[in-house]
Write a new protein. Structure first.
Length: 305
């Protein structure tokens, strides 16, 4: 297993970045970049807006560079946010080179594949159509920046499938569904979510603790098998949006209301095999969907009390 003395993690105050800092800080010196000096984190940190170039003189080098900084669309158009993320990716790549990072990890998303009717693996074609799926298109562009610019490093790309847990942004899937259920708002499903055997779309969410442990095992591989090494990271349990909503409602002890969208086309699936992750690391998710949802929703109920 590989060991690191110093690790730089971008976006260390974000949902994934923060969890990664916590899991690595017992094994290495962590330097986390945060956007604003007003943020406080329990590790060495540097204020860095990744829309701007890296100009810091320290540290002079890091063994492992993890790019977890990401700008969510918020109230701005998706295209604007994604253009900013492209700029952030270019600046992160330049920083990794300046820091002479031997290994670089890019956190990407399973959304890069778009929707498919079958299970997704690392060889599944990517969604390349800007107008059909702009989010997937921009993720592909970000991966291209890292792949073409960091050929002298060991590059690992982890495509995450629906990570979730306490403290996740309210705009993400599970917090969003929970909020609708708590507010007794209907969950909008496409035509084939109800009344058909498949109940698409199906996803395989992964609890945050399992997600960061999987990443921990990947970056600690003694040797990467390819350039870049691309690995899908997702949970063991596959559920439809209807099934997921029902599970959330049951934990909250509230009935769930559904509404059928008859205007849009039938939904497809976004869930992955985890064979390659298991083959490389032996890792399998330990926290069941039921357990992960209970922990997540307990925090959500406390925040809404």
């Amino acid at each position: 297993m590989k060991t690191y003395k110093e690790i730089l993690i971008t976006g260390s105050s974000g949902f994934i970045g923060n969890a990664l800092c916590h899991i690595f800080k017992n094994h290495a010196h962590i330097i986390g970049t945060i956007r604003s000096k007003t943020e406080t984190v329990p590790w060495t940190h540097i204020a860095q807006n990744w829309e701007e170039p890296w100009t810091h003189s320290n540290p002079q080098k890091t063994e492992l560079f993890i790019h977890a900084a990401y700008q969510a669309p918020g109230n701005q158009p998706l295209e604007t946010a994604m253009e900013n993320n492209l700029k952030m990716a270019k600046n992160a790549v330049n920083a990794a080179r300046k820091l002479k990072s031997k290994r670089v990890l890019l956190l990407s998303s399973g959304s890069i594949y778009g929707e498919h009717n079958t299970v997704i693996n690392e060889n599944t074609p990517l969604e390349m159509d800007l107008y059909k799926n702009p989010y997937a298109y921009y993720l592909n562009e970000i991966e291209k920046i890292f792949t073409t610019e960091l050929t002298s490093t060991e590059l690992l790309i982890a495509r995450l499938f629906y990570p979730y847990g306490p403290a996740q942004s309210a705009a993400r899937l599970i917090p969003r569904l929970a909020k609708k259920i708590l507010n007794k708002e209907p969950i909008l499903l496409r035509q084939d979510n109800i009344g058909e055997q498949e109940h698409r779309p199906k996803i395989n969410p992964m609890y945050i603790d399992d997600t960061v442990w999987a990443i921990h095992e990947l970056v600690n591989l003694q040797k990467l098998p390819a350039y870049p090494t691309v690995v899908n990271v997702g949970g063991n349990e596959i559920v439809s949006i209807q099934e997921l909503s029902d599970k959330i409602a049951a934990i909250l002890n509230i009935s769930c209301i559904f509404s059928i969208d008859t205007q849009n086309p039938k939904a497809a699936n976004i869930y992955c095999e985890t064979k390659y992750l298991n083959q490389l690391t032996g890792f399998k998710a330990q926290i069941s969907l039921e357990e992960g949802l209970k922990t997540t929703l307990m925090r959500l109920k406390e925040e809404n009390a």
